[in-house]
Ligand binder design. Structure first.
Ligand SMILES: [Zn+2]
Ligand SMILES: [Zn+2]
Length: 438
């Protein structure tokens, strides 16, 4: 099914702005995920940053992109790259990203296609478009600038996940920084982002208004909870996202609890292989390698059965929306010694949220009772309120555009605090054009 036919439905204006810099969100302007933003100057130099979809059920899609020669993909999460195959197939757009983002994109697109087919969700691109997109990549390293007409573009580390980049744009008039998803705090996998001087800062506000718990304390709370379940003879199931979280959790367990019997299943195994073949994007490549060798990788039906008696199982999907995690849960739920520990936010309408709120869950289309201990831990790799404010200040940004944030809950407290810090703050809506002149 085709959601939009090229050139018919876009909200983007035909002509360049008369003066200054125009920005226009196709998605992600006033919501989390689903990101696509076009920036353009009076000379008609234009760039699209990210083009994703929100993997909710059903998914949310951005507004149709106008023709763009070049698009920058900040990182390989599907809410940032999910619609790129449509761009490449319809506009022959070139994709710019780090080598690791490009390498991970194939797996993410194929998985996205598979889920859409199974769930019968419409998707604007098909399998052949993945191949076109894979041929459209141009790789750039951190700190190495390239020319885009009369703009100079440079990637900087974004933290968040391996390969994630912030984009710095130097136009003849302005210095602009777009963060993508970012975190200034280190994780097991990556170093945190460092500020870059900019007149105009586009910043993600997923965790606006929220303060992260201290990382060491949260890790300790998590490890103690794991110990408690293992002591009573139970197995901890940790549903985890494939791209970033799975590897992070395995590294934490390996570092602090090397005596535990930890099994890993799901797409996170292939992601880790990709990470290990791009060691320069990791904070501690040999640490990941050791942790990965230590964890038992599930690769067959008999491995799966063996894993049921493990201390810990780390498996996709992170929100209990399919994946091997459901297979494990369906068996583990009969013994109350077992537990389910979440390490990330559980979105409205997902299996994870349902389990936390009702102790029930749909497994293979049947609603079942899961009387297990559940617990939530915060291992977020997005900057929180404190980190966002410090970052904007250190960038010395005159203008700050807050996007990738819930417009009702996360954005208002962040806007107020940024204003107090002296920035001119913008709260974009999808489908509208804004011009910054000064
Ligand atoms: Zn995102
Ligand atoms: Zn992300």
């Amino acid at each position: 099914m085709v959601l939009y036919s090229a050139g018919r439905t876009t909200s983007y204006p035909v002509d360049p702005p008369p003066v200054g810099l125009r920005f226009h969100y196709l998605g992600g302007g006033d919501e989390v995920g689903n990101v696509g933003v076009v920036i353009e100057d009076a000379d008609g130099t234009r760039l699209l940053l990210d083009y994703g979809l929100a993997p909710t059920s059903p998914p949310r899609y951005p507004i149709e992109a106008p023709p763009v020669q070049d698009a920058v993909m900040t990182h390989s999460h599907v809410d940032h790259i999910g619609m790129a195959p449509w761009l490449c197939a319809n506009h022959r757009t070139r994709l710019h990203g780090t080598a690791l983002t490009a390498s991970l994109s194939e797996m993410m697109w194929r998985d996205c296609y598979k889920i859409s087919s199974i769930e019968k969700y419409p998707l604007a691109w098909d399998k052949r478009d993945i191949d076109t997109a894979l041929d459209s990549w141009y790789h750039h390293d951190f700190g190495q600038s390239w020319k885009h007409h009369n703009w100079e573009l440079t990637f900087h580390r974004a933290g968040h996940i391996p390969g994630a980049a912030m984009l710095h744009v130097q136009t003849p008039e302005k210095s602009i920084l777009l963060t993508g998803d970012f975190d200034t705090r280190d994780s097991s996998l990556v170093e945190g982002a460092k500020p870059v001087l900019a007149d105009i800062l586009f910043i993600e506000g997923t965790y606006g208004g929220r303060y992260h718990p201290d990382k060491m304390e949260e890790t300790e709370r998590f490890l103690e909870a794991v110990d408690r379940v293992v002591r009573r003879g139970g197995t901890v199931l940790i549903p985890a996202f494939a791209n970033g979280r799975t590897q992070d959790v395995v590294m934490i367990l390996h570092k602090h609890r090397p005596h535990l019997n930890v099994h890993v299943d799901g797409m996170g195994k292939r992601v880790a292989k990709n990470h290990l073949s791009h060691p320069s994007f990791l904070k501690d490549a040999s640490g990941l390698e050791r942790a990965w060798r230590w964890a038992k990788k599930v690769s067959s039906k008999s491995d799966k059965k063996k894993a049921l008696s493990a201390d810990v199982i780390v498996s996709t999907s992170g929100m209990l929306e399919g994946g091997p995690a459901l297979w494990y849960l369906n068996r583990l739920r009969h013994d109350r010694k077992n537990a389910v520990f979440f390490t990330g936010y559980q979105a409205e309408g997902t299996g994870g949220r349902e389990l936390l709120e009702t102790s029930h869950l749909n497994i293979y289309r049947e609603r079942v009772y899961v009387p297990l201990e559940t617990e939530q831990f915060s291992f977020s790799t997005h900057a929180g309120q404190k980190e966002i404010l410090e970052f904007a200040k250190a960038c010395q940004a005159k203008h700050v555009i807050v996007y990738h944030a819930d417009a009702q809950t996360a954005r208002p407290p962040l806007l107020a605090a940024l204003q107090e810090q002296g920035h001119t703050v913008h709260e974009p809506q999808n489908g509208k054009s804004y011009i910054i002149q000064d």
